[in-house]
Design a protein around this ligand. Structure first.
Ligand code: AVJ
Length: 329
């Protein structure tokens, strides 16, 4: 085999943050991707959101797991013909919801491999420390990975079935075609008989939804505005946080809550790290997030189209949130 020495080509590539900001803010209709929320400050604010009285999602899903974790694990094992589960999770796993499922699995089988996948190595490290400390018998195998780009699991041992957790309605941040693409990626990483546990926020009355995304204490507003604060920190931008306001709107045509940041005045903003100057008209908005709300039938159709059989589902008494156990066909 001949090797040819190539000249070194150095490509000065921009960071993912810089790229996303350039793409989103240079456009005619300005937008920023929702993943930009989750720097350290934003992750902390999101954690505060999950404790707000208006933000029913986290506590409702947790109640579903609290009531049904054993049954969920039992069903995942059933019909698989194999006797043990290993559990992967897209995202590093928000402490107590995942804990309920891991605990239930431990009760069935004594020990468990838990494989959290996340883009953040520090989030994974924290999850590993916490979970190995709190739930004896769980071995955490963290993987730094962007699941939107493909999945790569540790091989399952003989006699093991994999269950992938995609909970918290994270799928709601994606447009339906992207959401289906993610389910296809998950399916491609599974063997027939493996399962996906999918948690999805459901359609409900508009006032409940608006309150959940525009809370009285203003935490969601701070979470939204943190995106601009982050650009000030990381790209030396000069966004005046007082000159933008949090807006949450229900879009009934698309069945989604949208979050925007609205410019309260006509203004210019400099982003020196991108060599960019932006101008905003009064009332002009930056679209920062979509949070889709599904009907159960839509979720089941999407699962069926992406190679899953939605075998079981669980919901709360108000029918606000639902969890599906779907088996890879
Ligand atoms: C983490 C995507 C489920 O859409 O409800 C919370 C993020 N945005 N408040 C959601 C969020 C505003 C959240 N998810």
């Amino acid at each position: 085999m001949t090797t040819i020495a190539l000249p070194q080509i150095i490509i000065q590539s921009e960071s993912p943050v810089a790229l996303a900001v350039r793409e989103g803010l240079a456009a005619h209709r300005k937008s920023l991707p929702a993943w930009l929320f989750y720097d350290a400050a934003g992750s902390h604010l999101f954690d505060q959101i999950t404790h707000l009285p208006e933000y029913y999602l986290t506590r409702t899903e947790r109640a579903i797991f609290a009531a049904n974790a054993s049954e969920i694990i039992e069903k995942a094992l059933q019909a698989s013909g194999l006797s043990r589960l290993r559990i992967a999770e897209l995202g590093a796993g928000s402490a107590d919801k995942t804990r309920l499922l891991l605990q239930a699995a431990i009760e069935f089988q004594g020990t468990l491999f838990y494989e959290p996948l996340d883009v953040s190595a520090s989030a994974l490290h924290a999850a590993r420390q916490r979970i190995e400390h709190e739930i004896p018998g769980v071995h955490v195998l963290p993987r730094v990975m962007d699941y939107t780009q493909g999945l790569d699991f540790y091989p399952a041992a003989a006699g093991e079935r994999r269950m992938v957790l995609y909970i918290g309605s994270s799928i709601g941040n994606f447009e339906p075609h992207q959401a289906a693409r993610i389910l296809e990626i998950v399916r491609a990483g599974l063997e027939p008989g493996d399962t996906l546990l999918l948690g999805v926020d459901l359609q409900k009355d508009e006032s409940t939804l608006l309150a959940a995304y525009d809370d009285a204490a203003g935490v969601t507003a701070r979470f939204n505005l943190n995106m601009l604060a982050r650009l000030n920190r990381e790209l030396a931008a000069d966004f005046d946080l007082e000159a933008f306001a949090h807006r949450a709107v229900w879009n009934p045509t698309e069945s989604r809550i949208e979050m925007h940041l609205e410019s309260l005045v006509a203004q210019r903003v400099q982003i020196p790290a991108l060599d960019l100057e932006l101008s905003f008209a009064t009332g002009e908005r930056i679209h920062t997030e979509n949070s889709y709300k599904y009907a159960p039938g839509q979720v089941e159709a999407m699962l069926a189209e992406t190679g899953f059989n939605p075998e079981n589902s669980w919901t709360d008494e108000r029918g606000w949130f639902a969890v599906w156990l779907a088996r890879a066909q």
